[in-house]
Design a protein around this ligand. Sequence first.
Ligand code: ADP
Ligand code: MG
Length: 691
Amino acid sequence: MLKPSSSVQYLKGVGPARAQLFLKLGISTVMDLLRHYPRHYIDRTTLSRISSVSPGQNCTVMGVVQGSQVRPTRDGRRDFILVLSDETGHMECIWFNQPFLQKVFKGGQTVVVSGEVGFYRSKQLKNPVYEILSREDQELIHTGRIVPSYRLTAELSQKVLRRSVKRTLDGCLPLVRESLPRHVRKRRGLLELREALQQIHFPDDWQRQQQARERLAFEELFFFQLMLARRKQRAQDPSRALAFSTNGPLFSQFVKSLPFPLTEAQRRVLEEIKADLSSRKVMNRLLEGDVGCGKTVVAIAASLIAADSGCQVAFMAPTEILAEQHFATATELLRDLNVNVDCLLGKTRHKKREQILKDTAVGKIHLLIGTHALIQEHVEFAGLGLIIVDEQHRFGVLQRAALIGKGVFPHVLVMTATPIPRSLAMTVFGDLDVSVIDEMPPGRRKVTTKAVTEAERGKTYEFLAKQVQEGRQAFVVYPLVEESEKMEQLMAATEMAGELSKHPALRGVRVGLLHGKMKNDEKERTMRSFKAGEIDVLVSTTVVEVGIDVSNASIMIVEHPDRYGLSQLHQLRGRVGRGRHESHCILIKEREIGEDASRRLGILVNCDDGFKIAEADLAIRGPGEFLGTRQHGLPDFKIAEILRDGPLLSQARREAFLLLESDPELSHPDNAPARRTLNELKRLSSELPPS
Ligand code: ADP
Ligand code: MG
């Protein structure tokens, strides 16, 4: 009998050659095969008769291929038409401009197609998803089974996969070992692993399939959370933590010296931070809040708690310009306090650099601001007690682990201006505690937002000119998309800047250009002129550099807004409305923008709550794209869906953290399944850095 760890090549009907194909799907062992869950199912009870479908509907029909043809259109497309029939009638399927499908279908085949029904001379399925059925499949369907349909690779058919899975289930299932501790499974009312695997592949009915999915999704989320919990547990080893006193003189002076009272939310978050810093645990906290809600002030206050206890702070920003901005803010706010603040950047001159490094090494500098080079380079601290990371999601989980892996165990405060929906925060930053500033300082102006069409460009420029005449400044953001497009886009942006200055409405307006290919000192010179008011309109291709504070800037124009995520647009918008002037954000839509994109922009126009926008953005774009994919350590779940499984994720998280709390080494016999599975996963997983 095959073991779950056996290679699939020993399965009947597979062999070494096919095993190579399985490998392309990430399947090497029999257990991997069982974990290759169906993408969807074909269920006889959900099949429609051809005569009963009507235009506008989504439907799935099963029929026999009667004929096919490639039909050229007047505008040069070559559409593929397939005619299917069942006992109730005929129907056309059309795939626009996919003539190669001619090779795929043959007369007499039985096919299942699903898609939207349209009408062109007669009823027609448009670009349907299709599946050609083997005799065996047809029998399965005719006997009323729910038949699984798998993700495939070329040369590997549904039939082979289905058969292999079936054989494995029949042969190996008794050897599959449960991964969840019994008490967890019982408490959550989850199926046993064997039953779940059986039912996910060949469900008896939809209810069983749902139960199986829930069990498997829970399992996936549970072990992910368990890994995070374990990492957190390590980082919180009390023997390594520094407990600060939270009532030191610097901190109290700072709070008193602030030119404004802290908001309720800022106070609450500071209390949470204080509690962490004064306990014998290492702080690992994510500070979330909308643009301009006052995170920086909170971070500086936290720095002073460390300084009061004689510890140093590293404050890191994603770019040099932002680091400089933090440096300017900190210098200003700490003017009257006895703390040494400095800033170390790539461009810092040799002599100054040596001085900073020396002062940091002997503990003379309390707060050192810079980019993440601060940590990557070999900056030595006399006593690093706190690391503050601004804009976490640009750094990613890996770098964060690297920080902590430096040997010292400083407290870590991570700030993000992209409000990350809770469900996602838990997944990606599951080993962090989360604090939220959900309140804006008083007097913040709402930014009037409009989405306009190309036709209104002239009017937009006239408006811009009028604002400039009144002394305002503006950003025009022009997106760079793909690496390969960069040169063209750059030219477009350069042209854009030229065109702007030549536009009749904008005569005399001083236009500056900032793009990613510029040298750092060039960029800086431009930024400085803009800040100094020597440039009226700044055309920029880089979003990051727009992260600067220019309180006189009151207009944000975004070209090709549909190419950004909503959260990113919201952040861009947050760059204006910081001063006392009425502010505007104008999105200039492309001509060919789809309905979806229009709807997305509508959300932005009507809403100025960063969290709601982020939720909507996540729902529309999916978590991967939301955070900018892989490098952020977002796990690639097989069956769990972050959005849909929010409640399951919370349960899994609670169970995982509880489990480790009650049995930190997972040494209790009851928890052996979890320990074994975790070890297996750790061996396999390259997604997470070693903790
Ligand atoms: P964030 O980093 O969250 O984007 P900042 O800390 O940069 O926000 O704060 C934005 C602006 O609001 C700054 O000019 C800051 O001085 C000001 N600010 C912060 N907290 C308050 C407050 N409680 N009351 C008034 N203004 C505040
Ligand atoms: Mg900020």
